[in-house]
Design a protein around this ligand. Structure first.
Ligand code: ZN
Length: 452
């Protein structure tokens, strides 16, 4: 018999919001001896939902357990529930998960936390569900939302279907929304949000973004896919971030009117592009954020621009945002990728550096390839279908550019500043200017549209 996983969620209403969810996870699996959850992630910035009344039982009755540290997995620190006797039959773990109280001076961080807002709540499977350990194990999963406590017109759902056969990675790396939901769904994108924004038209934005999504899907040869997009209202000024899992993402704007909607529109496209662009298996020992975020920055700008969705002025503003603001103007711009990974979630000034650096490095490679009548696409999309290992990349740059290409790559990883050729971006002029970076006069770069 296949492993079975049943998830039952009963949200609780507290004056027009959802403040907690009663979670019941039932697992039927041979040899199960522990459950686990990420107690916190991203240097402590994202906590697991606060749990009360945590209980486990099986066919023989109540099951005692201890909670202890398990291991770190990337930015996540897992804890385990270890049972004090053998599990017999079906294991049932139940608890009340409370939505998060945000700390003071909070700013945009990965959007995995379980958070209430007016008319409902959003969150991820990752920081809500206590599940078995093996993320690659396959389960027959059924998810049921019990909405008896909520008023008429409220609904709930994850981005995955209620009944699926899936591994636990799919269940953990998922998003949900519960509440009085607005929804605009087409064959290609299913936008969901709670309270309407006060200062912009979410419907118009969803419509425009859906058209860009169609162009992106065609570009990445994935026209049949559908994306689920959860929009969150952030009660703090430094908002406008997003977090993606395959074919779904959650993104937020500030309720204080401080989000630059022009930039945020492109964040939605950025989050979408994460579905396709992957690089794994570091052989250099360096994190691969430069590609994972940099390629997404590159394609989320250039695909809509080339498809005619962005005019030259907006594209120029995007280049300056991605390259100048997020890389050249940062005091951490010459840190190595390893150094950045250490401080990325502690000092948010460091966080965008690999994004901008990756964007510039890939733009530089594209510039060099264009001079040989090729392009970045022929490698990333044509040859590797967007799924690369670092070794693939090393092989490619060695073949194209010889030992100099390898040297240039390691220089980038080690934090050597990328000096852009004047005509790196077709149709835009690069200008070097002197600026103050961390108390030192330094050269930075910015772009203006070139005359046609
Ligand atoms: Zn990203």
């Amino acid at each position: 018999m296949n492993n079975q996983l049943q998830i039952t969620l009963s949200p609780h209403l507290l004056t027009e919001t959802v403040d907690r969810i009663h979670v019941r996870v039932s697992v039927c699996q041979e040899g199960l001896d522990l459950l686990c959850f990420p107690a916190s992630g991203f240097s402590g910035r994202i906590p697991f939902a606060t749990c009360q009344n945590l209980q486990c039982r099986d066919n023989e009755g109540p099951l005692s357990f201890t909670v202890s540290d398990m291991r770190d997995e990337g930015p996540l620190s897992y804890k385990k529930l270890k049972f004090e006797r053998k599990v017999t039959g079906t294991l049932i773990c139940s608890y009340d998960a409370y939505s998060r109280e945000l700390p003071e001076n909070y700013r945009s961080c990965p959007y995995f936390d379980f958070r209430s807002e007016e008319l409902g709540a959003t969150g991820s499977g990752l920081f809500l569900l206590i599940l078995p350990e093996d993320k690659n194990q396959i389960y027959e999963v059924s998810t049921r939302w019990i909405l008896d406590d909520l008023p008429r017109g409220y609904s709930a759902g994850f981005n995955f279907k209620e009944d699926i056969v899936a591994d636990l990675k799919t269940i953990r790396f998922s998003f949900f929304m519960v509440g009085k939901m607005h929804r605009i769904a087409s064959a290609s994108a299913d936008f969901r949000w709670l309270k309407d924004p006060a200062d912009f038209d979410m419907r118009a934005l969803a419509g425009k973004t859906t058209s860009i999504f169609d162009a992106m899907k065609a570009y990445f040869n994935d026209s049949e896919s559908t994306f689920t997009i959860f929009i969150r209202r952030d009660p703090f000024p430094l908002s406008g971030g997003g977090t993606a899992c395959p074919y779904a993402f959650i993104s937020g704007y500030s309720t204080q009117g401080t989000t630059d909607i022009r930039r945020w529109e492109n964040v939605l496209v950025h989050e979408m592009a994460h579905t396709w662009l992957k690089m794994g298996a570091s052989v250099s020992g360096f994190p691969l954020t430069w590609f994972i975020e940099g390629s997404v920055e590159y394609y989320s700008a250039f695909v809509p621009y080339r498809a005619g969705f962005y005019d030259k002025e907006y594209m120029c503003w995007l280049i300056n945002n991605k390259a100048t603001e997020r890389y050249y103007s940062k005091k951490y711009r010459t840190c190595s990728e390893k150094e950045i990974a250490e401080i990325q979630w502690k000092d948010m000034e460091a966080q965008t550096v690999p994004y901008g650096k990756g964007f510039m490095y890939l733009s530089l490679i594209d510039y060099k390839l264009r001079r040989k009548n090729r392009s970045l696409d022929s490698i990333i999309i044509g040859k590797y279908h967007c799924q690369l290992t670092e070794q693939n990349w090393l092989d490619f740059i060695e073949e194209e550019f010889g030992p100099d290409g390898i040297l240039e790559y390691y220089d980038m990883l080690n934090g050597k500043l990328i000096v852009p050729p004047e005509d790196i971006f077709e149709g835009f002029c690069c200008e070097a200017f002197e600026t103050d970076i961390d108390g030192q006069k330094s050269l930075s770069y910015r772009w203006t549209p070139a005359d046609d």
